[in-house]
Design a protein around this ligand. Structure first.
Ligand code: B12
Length: 210
């Protein structure tokens, strides 16, 4: 399977064919993490085509639907984690932002890493993050943002935590395609990783679980 081949199926919204391709790769014994990498690359290429004006919102939407269906196939294969450590992570995409594929992937990895995941969805206001962390006694909160216009809102969420009674107990990780370590440090986040695969390792370091 090559990312270009996936892109061709995704932008035409070929759901059944996309799923079939993933199943075939699994049956052929292709490494699941490699399949995942290629799917993520394909979504990046979809984004590039959108940015270049070669495709439009409907193509991006059907691509997202195909991607989600493919991830659902991989989920049980990636989730080979140990038992829960009892750690709870609250995760959501910040206010104004509806992208959730990356967030869902990060959530999946945390489940695989033995965490209990409280997924509070997309377009989440700062107060809701704080409320969920309080309610579930979470020590870790993960914020996702895919738009340069919603990235600054991550700082607002972090500030809301700083002003809350649980400021000292909670570590905050941020991520999403436009986010980098420099930005994460500037807004006062405790952690950042480029991808879902390394997020769990970073979280365990932050929570001193390793
Ligand atoms: C699919 C998609 C959509 C789908 C989203 C569907 C869904 N359910 O998520 C739809 C069609 C709805 C959509 C809408 C829009 N989109 Co859009 N979209 C994309 C696209 C093609 C792929 C995103 C994706 O799923 N990637 C795959 C996942 C796996 O990657 P990821 O999200 O980056 O996550 C990984 C890491 O970043 C990290 N990660 C993510 N979150 C977190 C959190 C933590 C804590 C950590 C540690 C790590 C981490 O781990 C993940 C896995 O490794 C991107 C292109 C791109 N290059 O990102 C554009 C893109 C993000 N969209 C873009 C735009 C402009 C829009 C719209 C404004 C378009 C419009 N005119 O309406 C709207 C905005 C809607 C809104 N308010 O949110 C632009 C943003 C440009 C910018 N400068 O901000 C992009 C970059 C496309 C482009 N090149 O122009 N979009």
């Amino acid at each position: 399977m090559e990312p270009d081949q996936v892109v061709a199926l995704f932008i035409k919204g070929k759901l059944a064919a996309s799923k079939k391709l993933v199943h075939e790769c699994i049956d052929d014994g292709e490494d699941v993490e490699l399949i995942l990498k290629k799917l993520i690359k394909a979504m990046e290429l979809v984004g590039d085509q959108f940015a270049a004006g070669d495709i439009f919102l409907p193509e991006m939407m059907v691509s997202a639907r195909c991607m989600q269906a493919c991830l659902a196939i991989l989920k049980p294969l990636l989730n080979k984690g140990q038992g829960s450590d009892g750690e709870i992570v609250v995760i959501g995409t910040v206010k104004g932002d509806l992208h959730d594929i990356g967030k869902n992937l990060v959530a999946m990895m945390f489940e695989g890493g033995g965490f209990e995941v409280i997924d509070i969805g997309v377009d989440v206001p700062a107060e809701r993050f704080v409320q969920a962390a309080l309610e579930h006694k979470a020590r870790l909160v993960c914020l996702s943002s895919l738009l340069t216009s919603t990235m600054p809102y991550m700082r607002q969420v972090i500030d809301a935590f700083k002003a809350s009674p649980i400021a000292a107990q909670v570590k905050i990780m941020v991520g999403g395609a436009p986010v980098n370590q420099d930005f994460a440090s500037k807004i006062g986040a405790d952690g950042f990783t480029l991808d879902a695969g390394t997020a769990v390792k970073k979280a365990k370091e932050l929570l001193q679980m390793t």
